[in-house]
Ligand binder design. Sequence first.
Ligand code: FMN
Length: 289
Amino acid sequence: MWWFENDKTDFVNVKVLDNFYQTSSFYPMPVVLCTTKSENGLTNIGSYSLCFPFGISKNHYMMLISRSTSNTAENIRERKKIALNFIPYDKTYLKNAVELGYPGESTEDKLAESIFTLIPSTREKEGELDELEYPEIIKESVQIFECTLEESDVFKYDGPEIESHFLLRIDKIIMQERYADYLKKGEGFPTLPVDFGFRDSKQFWFSKHSHPYSEPIPKAKGVDTDAVKYQVERMETNIKWHPDSYKQLAKVPRVFLKMILTKINEAAIEEGVDIVTPEFLAKVQEKRR
Ligand SMILES: Cc1cc2nc3c(=O)[nH]c(=O)nc-3n(C[C@H](O)[C@H](O)[C@H](O)COP(=O)(O)O)c2cc1C
């Protein structure tokens, strides 16, 4: 039937070009303003989207891909420190992010153009580095990852010289308190922009993400060890958990999990125990009986 022939839902080949994420596909990306210290001590602001989590357990890393001659790339190579500032969705901010994304401008010119407020880094003094040697951060940000270049050979990529891949160790994450409260409560989201990249050599395309909705895991699946670990890591206590302890609580119905974890942590504090081991759990259970 003619309307079926016309709706173009069959797959067709798309040529894989350089910068395929924006030239050969639709790829949603974050908008990150990278702040780094330039040679003369000023904080440079550069717009970036190719910035993703890389190491997520034990080592916490971000990967940033930049053209090798950008101010940001030069500053990371020289001074190792960078702050990844996630700005909220706001058309005025995004307009300025595009202005700050124009190659070849000096840090002084960019600072004159920027509408963002730079404030000192919150990083405590670290080794011989003075507070002033950390790049400043952007006050309007929703959240900021303060990072250091990882120089060990954890990651090596022999790509073309024009692109640099920086493995950035996350030293610290800070967030506006209202959003940190959302995280704690497990509901509520900041409004972050999505970048669909530079298209047709003319313009960047952004969208506002719509309000996230939740899709619960089926009840029948119970609580697995990851879910226990997730909840343990979000408890406000200094008590540590031995990884073997998680599976002992894997069958606890989800609605009771938080309450039970709180009770176990309280028991650990009472008994002066720093780390919840399977043996300690057995003891607590024995006591309850
Ligand atoms: C929204 C946006 C995202 C961008 N993402 C990247 C990116 O991920 N990598 C990159 O090399 N350039 C990216 N650019 C271009 C850089 O911003 C541009 O090279 C700029 O000169 C970098 O600033 P800097 O030299 O001060 O570091 C992006 C530009 C915009 C506007």
